[in-house]
Design a protein around this ligand. Structure first.
Ligand code: NAD
Length: 371
């Protein structure tokens, strides 16, 4: 972009936005700072006034207040224009299923409170990382998938039971028609702007919720006759995703299936540390890497910050409609990768040792490419 184009975009598109940063736990603390720095630099470059506030959630919030989602955090979230989130989780709770207060309760509650029903997970494959995946480059090359994972229903929110003798447990999987309808419309609309192909993933041969899901998607598909709709069972989709990922474009699926399928899909992009996501609904958008708090590498400057930086790019694009700025961030990530810089998770045996960077150094490299 030349100086005149930048000046032009400044004149027509100046923005004033209030962004809430919630780093959360573990590597969330280390990577989110880089998503924020990128937003600051983009704001300065294009003349947008981005102001930042910070709040706590997850294990850090339990330690400080006893509540994984303090009221103050929720209030700040509701009054902000967009949220940049890191991750929640702590080993203490993973190994103690009986803990009544848990970090993930904060995340589930904020999604529900903000009405974030659609989680968009683009599988963005940088050519430079074709050899970072355990899958063959010729299988991967050209893959471009956009997942729509439903976020406010399913077993995550259904009634949970444990018998008194402790020998029985159940989680209720449930969906309302309107929950399927609203995310299906979002996914079909996105499919229209892409290659007009949508694959809805369910388990309609076994689950009643999936039969409702399929029925609703079939009805809505009639309103989008220009989109080619396919229905696939989750077990088959999990297999096809590694066999021939290029066959997918927009994938629409429920909360649990989407959670698992997108972790699998992260291996197409090379690492969990590469995948960003946007949770949207009726109000404030919520942007976060798909990875968790990664206790195994937390506090060691080993986490890949690119998923957080790419989450910031999704914020610019989806919440603020700043496509040029979003593209500049994605291009800066591509440029850092093209220059050979890697964090440990995306390096391989051929990566020179002096090209393997820590979290801070990789974040700084990306900033360098936003001139
Ligand atoms: P995880 O995503 O934290 O880690 C899985 C693996 O990927 C680990 O080996 C980790 O080192 C690696 N990894 C993840 N992000 C990386 C990055 N940016 N750079 C390099 N490597 C990366 O999943 P987990 O180990 O199953 O869970 C750890 C904790 O995170 C748990 O407490 C879990 O509940 C929580 N969790 C939170 C979220 C969230 O906040 N959205 C999502 C998933 C898991």
């Amino acid at each position: 972009m030349n100086t005149i184009e930048i000046l032009h975009s400044k004149i027509i598109n100046l923005m004033k936005k209030n962004i809430l940063v919630i780093p959360g736990d573990g590597i969330g603390q280390e990577v989110t700072i880089w998503g924020k720095k990128v937003l600051e630099k983009i704001g300065q470059k294009y003349g947008h006034e981005f102001s930042f506030d910070e709040a706590i959630m997850g294990h850090v919030a339990i330690e400080a207040t006893g509540n994984p989602l303090p009221d103050e955090t929720l209030e700040k979230a509701k009054s902000s224009d967009a949220i940049l989130f890191g991750a929640i989780g702590h080993a203490k709770y993973d190994n103690d299923p009986s803990a009544k207060v848990r970090p993930e309760q904060g995340l589930l509650k904020i999604r529900k409170e903000l009405g974030l029903y659609a989680n968009l997970r683009p599988i963005l494959l940088f050519d430079e990382l074709l050899d970072a995946s355990s899958l063959k480059p010729e299988v991967l090359k050209g893959t471009d998938i956009l997942f729509f994972r439903e976020l406010t229903g399913d077993v995550y929110f259904g009634e949970k039971n444990r018998s008194e003798d402790n020998n029985f447990a159940s989680d209720l999987m449930n969906y309302n028609r309107y929950e399927v309808e609203r995310i299906a419309h979002k996914a079909f609309e996105a499919a229209r702007t892409r290659s007009k192909k949508l694959c809805s993933v369910d388990k309609a041969n076994v689950l009643e919720t999936s039969r409702l899901w399929r029925e609703v998607v079939q009805e809505i598909a009639k309103q989008y006759p220009d989109v080619e709709t396919e229905h696939m069972f989750i077990d088959n989709a999990a297999m096809q995703l590694v066999k021939n990922p290029k066959k997918f474009d927009v994938v629409l699926t429920a909360n649990l299936f989407g959670d698992i399928l997108t972790d699998e899909a992260s291996q197409i992009a090379g690492s969990m540390g590469m995948l960003a996501s946007a949770s949207i609904g009726d109000g404030t958008g919520f942007f976060e890497p798909i990875h968790g708090s990664a206790h195994d590498i937390a506090g060691q400057n080993k986490a890949n910050p690119l998923a957080s930086i790419l989450s910031a790019a999704l914020m610019l694009d989806i919440s603020f409609g700043l496509q040029t700025e979003a593209k500049e961030v994605t291009e800066a990530v591509a440029a850092a990768l093209k220059a050979g810089w890697r964090t440990g998770d995306i390096a391989n045996a051929n990566t020179p040792a002096d090209k393997i960077l820590g979290t801070q150094e990789m974040g700084a490299q990306v900033l360098e490419f936003i001139k």
